[in-house]
Structure formats: C-alpha cells, structure tokens
Design a protein around this ligand. Structure first.
Ligand SMILES: Nc1ncnc2c1ncn2[C@@H]1O[C@H](COP(=O)(O)OP(=O)(O)O)[C@@H](O)[C@H]1O
Ligand SMILES: [Mg+2]
Length: 353
C-alpha cells in the first residue's frame, strides 16, 4: 500500500499514504465502481468532481489515470494543472490546446497497445480559481477535442463552475468522509509509523478534522512530531485549540457566573493559553445547539456569535469581542427568564460535550 520506505521517508504523510489505486480509497464506493466501469468499457465521459477538501478528489483521478495509462505513458498522456499554475484564458488557449493537439497522434497509437484508454486526460484541479473567461474558452475546447481528450474538472463548490461546463461533464460528489471509514485508515498509519495513540486521541483527530482526511493525517503527523503520545490533550495542544473540557468550563461560566467574573474567568482561561477567540467561537457554535433553551434565546446566541465572528474577520480585537460574546449570553439568559416555564438556568447544562 505504501511506496518503498526510503523513498517515502521524507515525504509528508499525506503523500506517503495517498492511495495509489482506486480500490485503496476509503468511502466513495459508488464513485469508484462507476469510474472502474468507465475505464473497463473505455467509455470515459468528461468528469466533474466536487466536494470539500481532503475527501479524495485528486487521489481518485490520479488513481484512475494510473489504471488507464502505463507508467511510461503517464507524462505524455496526462496534463495536470492545479492551483499553483496560472489559470487564465491564455492557459486554456495555449497549454491545454497545445496538449490536446500535438499529442493527438500518440494518443491514438496507444489504442493498439495495452493502454486502457485511447484518449488523453486533462486534470484541472482546484478549478474554483479559474476565471469565467477561461471557463468560457474551455467549453469550446472541451467540445472540439472530445475525440482524443477527456477533461476532469475538480472543485470545492459546484457553483464556481459555469453551467455550460457542468452540463458537459458527468458529476461526482465527494462528501466529507464518514468517521467510521476514516478509523481503519488512521489506525493503519498509526501502526505503520509505530505510534502511540490513545482512544481519546483518535476521537479528537476525528472531531477536529470533520471528515477531511488530509487534516486527519496532517494533524496526526504534527502531533507525532511534537509529542510521544497522541492523546486528546496533545492533539488539541498541537493545533492550538481549546479542549472539550476547557470549553465545558467556559460554557458553564457563561451560563452561571455574573458578567464581570465571567469575563475575567474566560479571559484568563482562554487568552492565557494563547487560544484565538475565532476558534472558541467555532466550538461555542457547536455547543449551543446542545443547550436546552427556548428558541428565542437560541436565536439570540446564534446571531450574537455570528456578529462576533464577522467582527473578528474584519480585525476587531479579541477582548472587545469576548465581551460581546458574554453580552449575547446575558441577553439569551434574560430571554430564558422571560420565557421561564420549566427551564431552570442553573440546570442548563450542555449535553454530550
Ligand atoms: N477517500 C480517501 N481514502 C483514503 N485516503 C484519502 C481519501 N481521501 C483523502 N485521503 C487522504 O487525504 C489526502 C488528501 O486527499 P486529496 O485527494 O488530495 O483530497 P482533495 O483533492 O479532495 O482535497 C491524500 O493524500 C490521502 O492520503
Ligand atoms: Mg485536491
């Protein structure tokens, strides 16, 4: 599954453990099945892969290319353009058109060899950053060279691709990976690298990555570089975010302490440890949905946290915005009291933290 150890030794783990074959991918069973059928029947359409980062889009198309072409032919048959390449209209007119035209003969000659594909492949990775002009130029190119070239367009958001291109491609959605499916792959890496990972460390990796396998592997590697054990504490320490336990204390203080005490408390707990309010807001946002409070109070919290997040992104200070978070909680508490039928504020406890 892994390439030769000395070659791989210096590679970041995301590359070292990038599956090279389609059947090594976790999840996306249907996508892999359909692609395999396309390859075997030599009926590959143009492809459009979309979905959040770290879900295997680039890996899938590279593995499909390896299945279609022999290693010697890969460089001449596959053109891969990613975010680091210029992606204006000139690239479409020059690089892509040149590739499609000049190698055409070679492409056809391969039909008589053992290759699985008689066409070349252009991979436009991270196509969200392509300009609309470039995309418009591309749609003509796609049609003109369909005889000997297939396109695979990869993006995070389908809305960033113009409808004319969308309709020329077969679409595949790459959903965030199911945690259950990430676990075996994660444990395989832990075993191969001889690491010491505790169960709560594993859960922390799964929680912070939200279905993004690249984040799982990168966080695992950086934690392993800095600490002997991969535990909940070391994972959160490594990424510089508050642990669930620290967040629980914060929310308890927000719900129960008087305003001044609450501010001082949270300031020393969070800022003392160097956490960014932005990260705290993200965690708070997840936690407030677990609170058993009236809708009106919940709405106030959601709006309040949203405003704070916006203010932080425009450069407001952590301190004043923390005060705004505390204020949002106090407003929510006031609404709880107004709505008080059966909610006892002191009893409001976050569930399942
Ligand atoms: N479905 C998957 N199965 C196994 N590993 C995966 C999968 N998705 C992502 N990965 C891992 O995450 C890394 C990033 O995947 P990549 O295909 O580059 O993601 P994307 O292009 O969707 O952002 C890969 O190197 C691989 O190690
Ligand atoms: Mg990618």
């Amino acid at each position: 599954m892994v390439t030769a150890p000395n070659v791989a030794a210096n590679l970041p783990w995301v590359e070292k453990y990038r599956p090279s074959k389609l059947d090594e991918l976790v999840a996306h069973e249907q996508v892999v099945k359909t692609l395999t059928r396309f390859i075997e029947n030599r009926t590959m359409p143009h492809l459009l892969f979309y979905g959040p980062p770290g879900t295997g889009k680039t890996t899938t198309v590279l593995a499909a290319a390896r299945k279609m072409y022999s290693p010697q032919k890969m460089t001449s048959m596959v053109l891969e353009l990613n975010a680091s390449d210029e992606r204006g209209i000139d690239v479409v007119r020059n690089t892509i058109v040149n590739f499609a035209q000049t190698k055409a003969l070679q492409a056809f000659s391969s039909a008589t060899t053992s290759e699985n594909a008689a066409f070349k492949l252009v991979i436009l990775d991270e196509a969200d950053s392509m300009t609309k002009d470039a995309q418009n130029a591309l749609r003509r190119v796609i049609e003109k060279y369909t005889d000997n070239v297939r396109f695979c367009i990869i993006c995070n958001y389908m809305a960033s691709i113009i409808p004319a291109i969308q309709s020329r491609c077969t679409r595949f959605r790459f959903a965030p990976l199911d945690q259950k499916l990430i676990v075996p792959r994660l444990e395989y890496i832990v075993k191969t690298e001889n690491l010491n990972m505790t169960p709560d460390g594993r859960d922390a990796l799964l929680t912070v990555s939200k279905g993004d396998m690249r984040t799982v592997i990168n966080t695992l590697q950086s934690t392993a570089m800095s600490f002997d054990v991969i535990s909940e504490t070391t994972v959160y320490q490594c990424i510089g975010q508050p642990t669930p336990k620290e967040m629980k204390e914060v929310i308890k203080s927000l719900l129960n302490d008087p305003a001044k005490k609450c501010l001082i408390n949270i300031k020393s707990k969070l800022f003392g440890n160097g956490y960014a309010l932005q990260d705290v807001i993200t965690h708070l946002h997840d936690i407030i949905y677990t609170l058993d409070i009236p809708d009106q109070a919940m709405a106030t919290l959601i709006t309040g946290l949203g405003e704070v997040e916006e203010n932080l992104s425009t450069g407001c200070s952590n301190e004043t915005q923390l005060a705004a978070v505390v204020a949002a909680f106090f407003e929510a508490k006031r609404l709880c009291v107004a709505d008080m039928k059966n909610v006892q504020l002191e009893d409001v406890e976050p569930m399942e933290l």
